[in-house]
Design a protein around this ligand. Sequence first.
Ligand code: HEC
Length: 124
Amino acid sequence: MNTPLRLRLAGFLLLLAPTTLATTPLYAQDYPPDLARGKAVYARDCQSCHGDKGHGDGPAAASLKVSPADFHRIRSFLKSDEELLRTIEHGVVFSPMHSWRGQLTDGEMQDVLAHIRLLSQQGP
Ligand code: HEC
């Protein structure tokens, strides 16, 4: 009596597993983002190229062959969080934008993205 019930339960869980996997977002968000941490990460790792307000005009930008992204531009603004996170995580080939995987945790990448989104919504 016990065994079939357990088996039925196991079967049910097996059925459930793929659905849960499919609905879990690629980057599970730690809501709410820690904006203070995002700002600190940005100031430390990103501002030199992307600029304090995110216009891609940081002090290091002038010496780069590829200009850092201006997060206020519609091209960046319209990209999804996943798209921008992927860039932060993996970098852009043949560009000074390298991968931050290994240097930043998933949480830090999400927080810094939240800071970028905030910058891009603020005026010039
Ligand atoms: C050495 C300079 C440099 C640093 C430091 C840097 N970036 Fe970048 N970043 C770039 C450049 C250059 C590009 C544009 C690449 C391209 O378009 O080919 C870019 C692009 C991006 C994009 C893609 C924007 C879009 O519209 O697709 C994101 C997001 C981004 N950077 C986030 C960050 C974050 C977050 C940090 C800090 C953790 C950071 N970057 C640090 C140079 C830098």
